[in-house]
Design a protein around this ligand. Structure first.
Ligand code: GLC
Length: 448
């Protein structure tokens, strides 16, 4: 299967390239998305390293002066009507010499340092010329990656406990995950917004797969609230209705510090600060987001201080962290192996996005049940970090089988494995290349 799969994945990436960036999907997502760019760069680097760096650089060219990396960078050549909520809705002012309405004001998980370090390491193994070029790219990115971390660990530490808060479900990358239900229930839903603004996603995708209108009205209301406050982060916990600490977002934040420690070593900066921050974030995740009673990691609402009752795939991602104590890692593995999720040795499939036994488990609706390759890819790397090598290999093979059998879909039915959502999805294709090529322990987790 390998050659076919490799070629089809490379073809998806070829067809989704747009001048200086990759689109996640031509029809559904015709701009550049932040964490997509990181997943994509990791796989794209096998077939076109120049484009992989280019994609990361065009994303960081759009970084805000406060360090935030926008969750969408709008392509000025894409018409306003091709995506909603588009540039006019976000109405971001001009910044850093870039025209107004060039991006959103939200962020996404900061996976980019991890991507940059992976690509650099691979380039080094290809000889001196590749290593020098990649070193130049790393040197350009490093201060920008640091500014991104500073923004998230500083202004976004709305709870004051050393974790970054997200201010919108879209920032998690897990848009309609049940992790946000309890918090969203208290967010006003103005259905009038859906009469004023048209949901373009329902024209290009099946309504049964997408977030409900009620959720969508809340999403729009939260954007308007943040936008009308000038996208400022002061006093968030008091004035904004959605302020949540996500275990996956913060695990990526901590792992990014480990990647930055390695990058600092190459560019001649101080690695120690990054290692210390990684340890502190890991400790804060264990302290704040772990529920002793059920032995699971959950999202926490900063305003109510409550942990979300929902068991979702984001609770499995602290496994990415090498400093996570072994008993916590074992608890994550037990949760993953339980009937709530299930490992490939029992199900033949990668892990679903939500608890299979929960009454709201929905095999079609986006982040409320379907299987996503990016989350499983991160989970597999966590298994490697903590020495669960056989499980990691099973998961790698299960992902490859799924994509080979069903195609490079955006997500997959958690019972039948059928492909759903966008058919030629960039991160599925990119991570497939990585899964075919690389079986080693993730580079960020090596001792510096
Ligand atoms: C959806 C996903 C998000 C992704 C984006 C573009 O919003 O939930 O994770 O970044 O699509 O692919």
């Amino acid at each position: 299967m390998s050659a076919d799969l490799w070629n089809s994945a490379a073809a998806v990436l070829d067809s989704n390239w747009s001048r200086d960036h990759m689109v996640p999907s031509r029809r559904l997502y015709p701009h550049q998305w932040s964490w997509d760019a990181a997943f994509i760069a990791i796989g794209l680097a096998y077939v076109n390293p120049t484009r992989a760096w280019r994609d990361l650089r065009s994303l960081f060219d759009a970084q805000w002066p406060d360090g935030r990396v926008p969750h969408i960078v709008f392509d000025p050549r894409t018409p306003e009507g091709a995506y909603f909520p588009g540039p006019a809705f976000w109405d971001v002012p001009a910044y850093a010499g870039r025209p107004a309405r060039g991006s959103t004001g939200l962020t996404q998980p900061p996976l980019h340092a991890i991507a940059a370090w992976e690509i650099y390491r691979r380039a080094v193994s290809h000889g001196a010329v590749c290593a020098r070029e990649a070193g130049e790219q790393l040197a350009w990115l490093y201060p920008r990656l640091v500014a991104q971390q500073d923004y998230l660990s500083g202004r976004r530490d709305a709870g004051g406990d050393g974790l970054a808060s997200i201010v919108h479900p879209w920032e998690s990358g897990l848009d309609n995950s049940p992790s946000w239900d309890a918090t969203l229930a208290a967010v006003p839903a103005d259905l009038g917004l859906l009469r004023r603004f048209h949901r373009r996603d329902l024209e290009v995708a099946d309504a049964a797969h997408r977030p409900t209108d009620l959720d969508y009205a809340r999403y729009l209301g939260l954007v308007l609230d943040y936008r009308d406050g000038g996208y400022a982060d002061t006093d968030l916990a008091h004035r904004h209705a959605f302020v949540v600490e996500c275990p996956a977002f913060n695990s990526i934040l901590a792992a990014a510090e480990l990647a930055l420690a390695h990058i600092a070593g190459v560019v001649g900066a101080d690695a120690g600060t990054h290692r210390r921050r990684a340890r502190e974030i890991t400790e804060a995740i264990s302290r704040r987001l772990y529920d002793e009673t059920t032995a699971t990691f959950r999202a926490r609402d900063v305003r109510t201080r409550e942990l979300s009752p929902a068991r979702c795939i984001n609770g499995l991602l602290p496994l990415m962290l090498p400093d996570l104590p072994a008993d916590r890692a074992a608890a994550v593995m037990a949760e993953a192996a339980s009937p709530r999720f299930g490992l490939p040795r029992d199900t033949g499939l990668p892990v679903p996005s939500y608890d299979r036994t929960a009454p709201g488990f929905d095999p079609l609706r986006y982040w409320r049940g379907p299987i996503w390759i990016n989350m499983n890819w991160l989970l597999r790397r966590g298994m490697l970090v903590h020495g669960y090598r056989d499980d990691a290999e099973d998961l790698r093979l299960a992902m490859l089988r799924l994509v080979h059998g069903s195609g490079h879909y955006e997500y997959f039915h958690p019972v039948t494995g059928e492909g759903i959502g966008a058919p030629a999805f960039s991160w599925t294709a990119a991570l497939t290349l990585d899964l075919l090529a690389d079986r080693s322990v993730p580079a960020y987790a090596h001792a510096a």
